[in-house]
Design a protein around this ligand. Structure first.
Ligand SMILES: [Zn+2]
Length: 561
């Protein structure tokens, strides 16, 4: 019997609307014995149902012709792919954010908008609308296995978390009650037809960590909790998610990212299999019974694990889901048997996966995947703190410490962790040493990674040369950015003129770094995501922004004297 009973492949980008990609995902899922596929699209329900009760056919056709046509289009596509997925013996799930609604709804029901322009999230209308929407979706797509929901996050269209409505009801509404009402409105119509409801726990702070679990428990113990592999988001350096093992009788599924929103987006190769193995073993002991493996990201076109070396993580995740004690070497071998794919090509361009012919390919490529993680860990993180913007380098000073210590802070789960990145001289030296080690490993690739010796095709050889050429300068930019940021931070907080001059002295180097990066990636015909991750313009914008900050701080210091 498999360690994890439910093993799902999640498509989160526009790829789900591409029949070629869906077919490829189905074939992959069958090959690696996954149990289902998830289409994660925030408003997928609103794309495919109107619902009829709120938009009767003639009203819809005559007043909202565009949407009427769009919903029909989505209905036929979904019906078609759901049939393909379920005929292959796989389950099909959708993943949504609620509350979501089509903007036409406000035209039909203008009273949902209050005098100050805000849409009121506590209007009882929403629960009836949501229940009807789910009921109609389940009826139209009877082969659906279940719905996964992010309830009331800031990313949904209406939520109590980001509420601007100032009506009397909203002022005193209990947030726990609001979550319960939302979850009940979804659970009732799904449970009535034997479909599952899976509630995601997505919290920014430890206070909210258990709110969703409590709300789900209060509705039904048939609800499944979906929990990220670490609290907040997919950072491999963070501690385990404390909610796992604390969900009472509710089943628990754990979410993993295999592509790399926070580890290079597949442009640089990176194994997180070793991290996944440890977490899957520990979470199994805490009673988790399912895994969700994300393969792409909603904000990017034309990229996924399927045009990246990081498909290795998907393969390893699928195999670990069955046997968490397995030898990862078997996953590395299964990856080479499946074949290598290059991110320099668009994801929608079919590539024939390349199976390396040389016997030395396995140890070399395994070393590459493991060592790349060591490089990225010391590049995209600073002493375990998130120091990147979805694998991008920074384009302004403000975001550096904001991302590390506020937006993606680890203090909630690792108290006082941010003391490690305070700009003391001692910390700055440790942070520089960490980056120096990454630079050394990145330039070290040249010494042992010899693409010509691996027996790979021209496309993979070209990609490996790209990795060798880009990796060093990419790492050096992050190294320079933490030095600049730390001294600027100290100058700002402590009005320290020496720190200010130290920061200023780091700035000229960005011109050369940006040029070197541009030389390796621009106008080479690479796919769009290469430039997304390695945009030299961002380096120059960072330089300019820091120059302005230095100028401003010098002016303030002058006025104080
Ligand atoms: Zn209100």
């Amino acid at each position: 019997m498999a360690d994890y009973q439910d093993r799902l492949l999640e498509i989160h980008g526009t790829n789900m609307w591409n029949g070629y990609h869906t077919q490829r995902a189905i074939e992959f899922a069958k090959l690696f014995d996954l149990t289902g596929i998830i289409f994660h699209c925030n408003d997928i329900i609103d794309r495919a149902v109107k619902p009829d009760k709120y938009f009767p056919p003639n009203v819809s056709l005559l007043s909202y012709n565009n949407r009427d046509g769009d919903t029909k289009n989505y209905k036929y596509y979904l019906k078609n792919v759901i049939e393909k997925i379920t005929n292959a013996g796989l389950e099909f799930y959708i993943e949504v954010k609620e509350l979501y609604y089509p903007h036409e709804l406000l035209q039909e029901f203008p009273s949902l908008r209050r005098e100050n322009g805000a849409v009121c999230p506590t209007d009882p209308f929403w629960w009836k609308f949501l229940e009807e929407k789910l009921r109609e979706f389940a009826e139209r797509f009877p082969k659906l296995s279940g719905v996964i929901v992010s309830a009331g996050t800031r990313e949904s269209m209406v939520s109590l978390a980001a509420n601007t409505c100032n009506c009397d009801r909203c002022k005193s509404y209990d947030v726990d009650r609001w979550y319960r009402e939302l979850i009940s409105a979804m659970f009732r119509p799904l449970d009535a037809v034997g479909m599952k409801l899976i509630v995601r726990d997505f919290s920014y702070t430890a206070d909210h960590q258990f709110a969703m679990v409590e709300a789900a428990k209060a509705v039904s113990d048939k609800i499944i909790m979906a929990l990220k592999k670490v609290p907040h988001d997919y950072y491999p350096t963070f501690p385990d998610n404390p909610t796992v093992g604390n969900c009472g009788n509710l089943q628990q599924w754990i979410e993993y990212d295999t592509w790399g929103q926070y580890f290079g987006l597949g442009v640089l190769p990176c194994s997180v299999a070793e991290d996944m193995q440890g977490r899957m073993q520990r979470y199994l002991e805490k009673g988790a019974s399912g895994i969700m493996l994300r393969t792409d990201w909603e904000r990017l076109h034309q990229g996924s694990t399927f045009n990246s070396f990081n498909i290795f993580n998907l393969i390893a995740g699928a195999m670990l889901g069955k046997d968490t004690q397995m030898d990862l070497d078997d996953a590395y071998q299964a990856w080479l048997n499946y074949g290598l794919l290059s991110p320099l090509e668009y994801d929608s361009c079919p590539q024939v996966p390349c199976k390396p012919l040389s016997p030395c390919a396995l140890p070399v490529l395994k070393r590459l995947m493991r060592e790349s993680w060591k490089i990225l860990e010391k590049t995209l993180y600073v002493r375990g703190h998130v120091f990147n913007r979805n694998a991008q380098m920074f384009d302004r000073y403000f975001l550096t410490y904001f991302i590390m210590t506020v937006q993606h802070t680890r203090d909630h789960w690792d108290p006082h962790a941010s003391d490690l990145v305070k700009p003391t001289e001692e910390n700055i030296q440790v942070m520089i040493q960490e980056k120096d080690r990454a630079v050394e490993l990145a330039y070290g690739l040249r010494d042992w990674l010899k693409p010509e010796e691996l027996g790979v095709n021209a496309e993979i050889e070209r990609y490996l040369h790209f990795v060798i050429d880009c990796c060093g300068v990419y790492v050096e930019i992050f190294r320079q950015q933490i030095i600049t940021a730390a001294y600027l931070r100290r100058a700002e907080e402590e009005h320290d003129p020496q720190a200010l001059e130290a920061a200023a002295s780091t700035l000229p180097a960005y011109s050369d770094l940006a040029h070197r990066l541009a030389d390796t990636i621009c106008s080479k015909g690479y796919s769009n995501n290469v430039e997304y991750v390695m945009d030299p313009e961002r380096v120059l914008r960072f330089q300019k922004d820091c120059e302005q900050t230095v100028g401003h701080l010098r002016q303030v210091a002058g006025e104080e004297r």
